[in-house]
Unconditional design. Structure first.
Length: 248
């Protein structure tokens, strides 16, 4: 149901910053925007955040674009991995960046969610770093409304996308971890992959369901300098912001 067709040419990608290597100190924002990305209120809020803080990577979940309109996010390059396609619109995860991107790999879940029979998506992007090496960034909107075992299977599939990467790595997004079994499984998987979890100030602003947080940032080969959750009150989730430095 509503599963996206394979992309044609650059349908899901706009690259404008191919001469700009990723800095060794970077800031990332991750946010489930609840399909607001085409609305003026979203553009106003995200514009304000980008003015306040130099942000290199913007990872959106539940992004919405229109098939016959050019999507612009304040001049950022972007790539999208849709999970829903209609005649007029695309919905899915979008990664936007003001640095070079050498590769973008979309992922769509094999399983479908039980209520609307929709899939979920993820996106892997590769960003060459100043001084050498590649930063791998994984933007995840994990499957929901399924048995825990199906969630585990989909997370295993996503982990295979990055299994051979040896350099710095960030995995972030809305993981729909609304019970302890999902949380424990996710954290154990990230540990096996050598990743650590970002600890945020202002944790009360992170979206929770049944008292369990849904939004995370995990990292490897980097150091966290600061991280916070921001109360913006336009989506059912708030953005999380993290500044990290790539280890020498």
């Amino acid at each position: 149901m509503l599963k996206p067709r394979p992309p044609t040419s650059d349908q899901y990608t706009r690259l404008r910053h191919q001469n700009d290597l990723c800095p060794t100190r970077l800031t990332l924002l991750s946010w489930n925007v609840a399909k607001l990305s085409g609305k003026p209120v979203f553009r106003s809020v995200i514009g304000g955040l980008l003015e306040q803080t130099p942000i290199n990577l913007v990872l959106l979940q539940e992004a919405r674009t229109f098939q016959k309109e050019e999507f612009d996010l304040h001049g950022y390059s972007w790539s999208m991995s849709p999970n829903i396609q209609t005649r007029k619109e695309l919905f899915g995860v979008m990664s936007a960046f003001n640095v070079r991107c050498d590769q973008s790999t979309p992922f769509i879940s094999q399983r479908q969610e039980l209520m609307l029979a929709t899939h979920k998506s993820a996106l892997v992007t590769h960003h060459p770093v100043e001084g050498g090496g590649d930063l791998l960034v994984v933007n995840v909107h994990a499957i929901n409304f399924v048995f825990n075992q199906y969630f585990y299977e989909e997370m295993a599939s996503i982990s295979q996308l990055i299994a051979h990467h040896k350099g710095p790595l960030i995995i972030a997004g809305d993981f729909n971890t609304w019970n302890l079994k999902r949380i424990n499984h996710l954290r154990a998987l990230m540990t096996r992959l050598g990743l650590r979890e970002v600890e945020f100030t202002d944790k009360q602003h992170i979206k929770c369901f049944l008292s369990h947080p849904l939004d995370y940032v995990f990292y490897r080969g980097l150091r966290v300098e600061q991280a916070s959750a921001i109360d913006v009150a336009i989506s059912d989730h708030n953005p999380v912001l993290a500044t990290l430095s790539i280890d020498a």
